[in-house]
Write a protein that binds this ligand. Structure first.
Ligand SMILES: [Zn+2]
Length: 90
């Protein structure tokens, strides 16, 4: 029996998570990226509850789709959020 490796068994490539996802909130459109556990090695302060987000815990990074006036780039305005805190935002 021939044991040819099948091309069809290849796993689909995961989407690069740098793509982010646009979400509309009361203060505009934000690009949101979910970070899974172990993706950070720093603690961040969550703007939703003013509590620390433990390094390496799953979290949300969000930045405005359009930079605010006076800001060099939207990505410079990115914030880390606890996932539930972000989801509570309107
Ligand atoms: Zn929070």
């Amino acid at each position: 029996m021939a044991r040819r490796p099948s091309k069809h068994l290849r796993q689909p490539r995961p989407l690069p998570d740098s793509l982010g996802q646009a979400q509309s909130k009361v203060d505009g459109t934000w690009v949101v990226q979910a970070l899974s556990a172990g993706r950070t090695d720093k603690e961040y302060l969550c703007p939703g509850c003013n509590q620390r987000i433990a390094a390496g815990s799953p979290q949300i990074v969000a930045w405005p789709r359009t930079a605010h006036v006076g800001s060099s780039s939207p990505v410079a305005e990115r914030r880390h959020w606890h996932t539930p805190c972000w989801n509570r935002r309107r």
